[in-house]
Design a protein around this ligand. Structure first.
Ligand code: ADP
Ligand code: MG
Length: 831
């Protein structure tokens, strides 16, 4: 362990962080990292330990992590960063988001923090050693609370919290409304009908009437309305006003003015001693109403997730000894034998051993037609059995089941921030202070320039500005749409693993499709077997099939099936070798056998020209020619055909309708690929690509700044999925491909690709509408509230109307986002 640059400056408070670094494997790495880190401003000391692979760094307080990480990256290494989820309590406005984010980022070791207002979650990327209590402290200092993060699907818990919050809000709202109603009725009534005014004056007198109003408004403000003070006042003192602060400023200004007018009217210039009790009370009630509706709608945005969580049954019938007993789902173990009766939900993932049935998998794949399951078939937890019954062996339990992973993916995507959100966050950060400034200016301008009574005009208009400009709907505009859209997409069998994909997928220019298993069913059949002179058909097929029995390739399945139907026994294989993209080879019964594409033969110096014409013919017919050589001599030409999925042609058509170019990338024979492309109307074919070549092919399509979506299924597709601007994995594929995809299509149906694009478009359009209702609409009313129109046409916006407009804008945003729940796609349209 070496330490350089250990500068002690006792006057400055220091923080020590420990940063694990990957990729250091030599002594010179140590000094390289140390130099790079020491050069970052704010670093007081750095010591790298090669054995533990960790850097201990002394930092001045408040030095951000990003430059440190960049320095390490630049030096050629990577710092280990962990992602954590925190549940934040007490956020109810857009400006809270940036405040919590800022607070979390100041914690030493935190590289990045992003907060989602709708899910009330913070995603923190930090060094692994970062103490949870430090995060907790930071959040508390900013005026919020941290709930202990729940590792498991948080549906239940969040649901309870939401109910609790709803109940509290409902009570406050009812109380506030009950107290406000008489105030409102008397006041509005006496404006409308002079007789009412006269009756009140005659009955209890002006002074008593004001006293009664004072009591009611005060109860509203400091009873149900106290929640605004509890949040808004501390934030005001912290010089970080939020939307609660605006409500507090507005209502208490109206209230205080009225109190002064009631008890010390002599302080006011003639005609200015008005009271605005009813305005203060009505504002509180309306804003509570907005909050209540908001909380109700927020609950509905996560409905899709709750529905997914609800799919899993609570118990399972599992074999214990020689009988089946009902046990809790958490107690089901790997390898347990589970019995499923007609109509039951399947508890965990597994493989059928006995019996058969049709299973409704629509809740996972979005495909309505039930799927037949019999011995050897895979079943998925959460799907519903039809009328048959069967037993199966549990192969995935707990958090590993497909359903649990889907829930995790959707939750992660729902917490995502779209690029559009960054802009919104920047705006809301300075919006509230700007509003307070605008209200102050309004007050001053009316006081100096306004007509008599100037003081009361100034007050009313300043309050209207404060109330109309509340940015609470702004914070909801994007996250609610994302939540509803990703949830709805999941119902349609389209999983957005990254929320950002919703925005990026709209801007795609080219959709590149993998052929085998994506365009086609991935279940080829042997269609032709042409023998070279002097070779025996049964003998060659037996040798080829024996070799293929060791391969994972779909082609191998086709050849094995053919050998099986002809009843050919398989032989042992020695020295098996697979060359991805070429073919396979090995020794069988003393013969050297090679099976593969023409290039696999050419590579071994085997002449394929005797079959050239025949191979071209097969290729033109959309079949894949495969050569077999025995002991260095060309023995046979085989052909396999992989039927297209029924929906492929429709999907390609729909993509063309959306104005997109469609390309096909495949390792298959060029002629075969072109024949299939012609059949489907695919614009561009890249054939005979080696597995590593798919990335290059995607890059080539991306040339000139075109944005490419790649759709694939296999293991060898993973790099191409990552390279593409959007990677879509066909869910019937392997786990690896799914992990590197941005979007997972649960059914193999390619029409899901245009559907995913349509959802992306609909979501962004929805967000734009939300931002309009949240921002443009409120902001455009600020000048009206400030009274700018007054000199022209005498128009003013009363604080009560301002409160109604503000509450309405939140409700509008949520109602608009919820429309995405009913998102439907008519096949082939751009929605
Ligand atoms: P794709 O995923 O597009 O089918 P691959 O790279 O998997 O592409 O395969 C490319 C070609 O390599 C196949 O079309 C076939 O000619 C040959 N090949 C690969 N594996 C085998 C195998 N097990 N048996 C015969 N041919 C094979
Ligand atoms: Mg493939």
């Amino acid at each position: 362990m070496t330490a350089i640059a250990r500068i002690e400056t006792p006057s400055l408070p220091h923080e020590t962080i420990v940063m694990p670094i990957e990729g250091m494997n030599c002594a010179s790495c140590v000094s390289r990292v140390e130099k790079a880190v020491a050069a970052v401003s704010g670093v007081a000391s750095v010591a790298v330990n090669l054995a533990t692979g960790k850097a201990t760094i002394g930092l001045e307080r408040g030095v951000p992590m990003q430059p440190l990480l960049q320095a390490v990256e630049k030096a050629g290494y990577t710092a280990t960063i962990e992602t954590r989820e925190l549940d934040i309590e007490g956020m109810n406005c857009a400006s809270c988001v940036s405040r919590v984010e800022k607070a979390l980022r100041t914690v030493p070791g935190v590289a990045e923090a992003s907060v989602n207002l709708a899910t009330e979650k913070a995603t923190v990327r930090a060094l692994p050693g970062t103490g949870q209590h430090r995060l907790e402290e930071a959040v508390r200092a900013a005026g919020y609370r941290l709930r202990p993060a729940t590792a498991k699907a948080s549906g239940d818990n969040a649901e309870n919290r939401r109910r609790h919050e709803m109940a509290g809000l409902k009570l406050s709202l009812a109380l506030s409304a009950a107290l406000t109603l008489p105030l409102f009725l008397f006041e509005m009534g006496s404006h409308a009908v002079p007789a009412i005014h006269d009756r009140i004056m005659a009955g209890i007198g002006m002074d008593n009437y004001r006293l009664l109003q004072f009591v009611l408004a005060t109860l509203v403000l400091f009873g149900p309305g106290f929640r605004f003070f509890r949040k808004g006042i501390p934030n005001l003192f912290r010089l970080a006003p939020d939307m609660n602060s605006l409500v507090v400023l507005g209502t208490s200004a109206a209230w205080a003015y009225s109190v002064a007018a009631t008890f010390a009217p002599g302080l006011f210039p003639p005609g200015a001693a008005h009271v605005y009790y009813e305005a203060a009370a009505v504002i509180v009630t309306l804003i509570l109403l907005g909050r209540y509706l908001e909380a109700r709608a927020k609950g509905r945005t996560s409905q899709a997730i709750r529905r997914l969580i609800g799919l899993q049954p609570r118990t399972a019938h599992v074999k214990r000894g020689d009988r089946f007993t009902e046990i809790e789902i958490a107690d089901v173990g790997l390898g347990d034998i589970v019995r499923i009766r007609p109509g039951e939900a399947i508890p965990v993932d597994g493989r059928v051993i006995d019996g058969s049935s049709y299973v409704d998998q629509s809740m996972i794949t979005g495909e309505p037609v039930p799927v037949r399951k019999s011995a050897g078939g895979d079943v998925v937890g959460g799907t519903i059995n039809g009328t048959g019954s069967f037993t199966f062996e549990a192969t995935k339990i707990g958090a590993d089941t497909l359903l649990a992973r889907i829930i995790g993916m959707v939750e992660a995507a729902q917490g995502a921030k779209l690029p559009i959100q960054a802009l919104v966050d920047r705006v809301t950060g300075w919006f509230v202070p700007a509003v307070i400034l605008a209200a102050t200016l309004t007050f001053a301008a009316w006081l100096l320039l306004g007509p008599a009574p100037a003081l009361s005009h100034a007050l009313v208009n300043a309050v209207a500005v404060l109330i109309i400009a509340c940015p609470c709907a702004m914070g909801l505009a994007t996250p609610t749409s994302i939540m509803v859209a990703t949830g709805r997409a999941a119902e349609l069998g389209i999983l957005f693993r990254k929320g950002e994909a919703l925005q990026i997928i709209r801007d795609i220019d080219i959709v590149a499709l993998d052929k085998t298993g994506t365009l086609t069913r991935g279940k080829p059949e042997l269609t032709d077997l042409v023998m070279a002179d002097g070779f025996d058909r049964a003998m060659v097929l037996r040798l080829v099939a024996s070799l293929e029995s060791r391969s994972e390739h779909p082609i191998a399945e086709a050849i094995l099936a053919a050998a099986r139907t002809e009843g050919l026994p398989l032989a042992d294989v020695a020295g098996f070798q697979a060359a991805p993209g070429y073919g396979i080879g090995g020794r069988i019964e003393g013969h050297e056998v090679i099976v593969g594409a023409d290039r696999a033969m050419v590579r071994k110096g085997i002449d394929v020209t005797p079959f050239a014409d025949r191979a071209a013919e097969l290729g033109n017919a959309g079949r894949t020619p495969i050569y077999a050589a025995v002991d260095g001599k060309l023995a046979a030409l085989l052909a396999v055909a992989d039927p297209l999925k029924e929906t492929t042609a429709e999907a390609v058509h729909a993509l063309h309708e959306l104005g997109l170019k469609v390309a096909m990338i495949t390792g298959d024979n060029r002629r075969t690929a072109q024949a299939i492309a012609r059949q489907l109307g695919i614009d561009h074919v890249i054939a005979e690509v080696l597995p590593e070549g798919k990335v290059e092919a995607v890059k080539a399509l991306q040339a000139g700044g075109r944005r490419v979506a790649f759709v694939g299924d296999g293991i060898n597709d993973a790099p191409a999925l990552s390279q593409a601007d959007i990677g879509l994995a066909v869910g019937t594929g392997t786990d690896i491909a799914i992990e590197s995809a941005d979007v997972v299509l649960m059914s193999g149906d390619l029409t899901a690709v245009p559907k995913a694009i349509a959802i992306g478009k609909a979501t962004i359009r929805n967000i734009r509408q939300n931002l309009f209702w949240a921002f443009a609409y409120n902001a455009s009313l600020i000048p009206v509230a400030a009274g700018l129109l007054y000199p022209l046409n005498g128009m003013l916006l009363s604080p009560v109307l301002a409160a109604a407009a503000m509450a309405l804008s939140s409700v509008f945003v949520l109602a608009n986002a919820l429309r995405l729940r009913r998102f439907q796609i008519e096949a082939g349209t751009s929605a």
